[in-house]
Write a protein that binds this ligand. Sequence first.
Ligand code: PHE
Length: 452
Amino acid sequence: MAAAKEHSNWSSKWTFIMAAVGSAVGLGNIWRFPYEAGQGGGGAFVLMYLGFVFLIGTPVLVAELSLGRRGQLSPIGSMLKIAKEEGRSSAWQLVGWSGVLGSFIVLSFYSVIGGWTLSYIIQSIIGAFDGITAEAAGALFGTMLASPVTMILWHAGFISLTMFIVAKGVEGGLEKAVTILMPALFILLIALVIYAAVAGDFAQAVSFLFKPDFSKVTFSVALEALGQSFFSLSLGLGSMMTYGSYLKKDTSVGKSAVIIASADTAVALLAGLAIFPLVFAYNLDLSSGPGLIFVTLPIAFGQMHFGVIFGALFFALLVIAAITSSISLLEPSVSYLQEKTGYTRKKAALSIGFGTFMLGILTVFSFNLLADFTFAGMTLFDLFDFLTNNLMMPLAGMFMALFMGWFILRKNLLEELAMTEKWFKLWYFLVRFVCPLAIGAVFVFLLYEKFV
Ligand code: PHE
């Protein structure tokens, strides 16, 4: 009896960790991290990113997961319920609102990039990368960007896959598949790093990524690094809050958060080590932005033995990693809609999915028809990305930290987190002082840098 119980605890813990790692590891690590690091000047960006992940992101992850476990509702419902229980203002539900709205916006562009990834599976299979030059890889990507119809179709494909899985419920087949496919992606990434080390300029890549050049640090780079750490850990959008409700009382939130953050960071660093040796070897543009992996990796796949297979496999596994993230982006609004209207899961997933599909069309157009339509120098995609990644996510995370640090009774926290005294003290100090002050400081200094 005891043994059976232990086993079922272990397996549900594992399921939770896999789901949360699945949410964290996605396009953020493999598509976004390298181009952000490239644009942010390399080492100093990476160092700030690592600092933010472990000193701010991980404690906020603990906060977000435990809010979900305590609330057991959608992010809006949970925040409201906990605020009431603690005798606090109902305005705290705004944190949940920001999450639901933010996850809707992020999903709208995430799906467009997921669509690029889907289309690259096919490109690889039909041999479009065979012996491709850097120039031709750029042109291939450019052709896709120039065609709104192609992009909309792939975007529709990606969002449909996401809707379908959420409508069916996350348990079951997908989770089983993920326990095999996520490690497979990890192994393939390591193989790519080895390939890049042999075929590319590894020394220069390592020095670019890990030798900080502090002359490149500005507060806008710091904000990018902060935003990237939140994006990569799936923070501030209510996704982790929703997943926190799967968490059993006897699972340690602290340990889980450290595992999630470590796995997530490892994948991002591996992606950097796979991409940059090639970027340097082929003299590609470090700051080419969102297209970076789509113009770099095809060159590698086009030259290696069995590149067609490796290329197709890599982009397929990346799609799967992206889908385990996009389902967690659809979850907050679906759970809210269900809570509010009593819709079935299927109906809620289809409605929200359709909404994000429509909004995503604006991101598609921002790369072609509306490329010249800018707002403060940002295209619509840049604007959506900036709003969510640089504003909503860090600010919501800051308020979650403040809420837990100052507005919930210490006794209730101790009971919820069940950490040892030493770890609790460290976490409490980080959420009360370090997280809010550091996030606040980045914003204040950024405004100072921009306007004074
Ligand atoms: N963390 C995911 C990624 O890196 C994206 C994501 C952000 C998912 C926020 C959920 C919430 O791809």
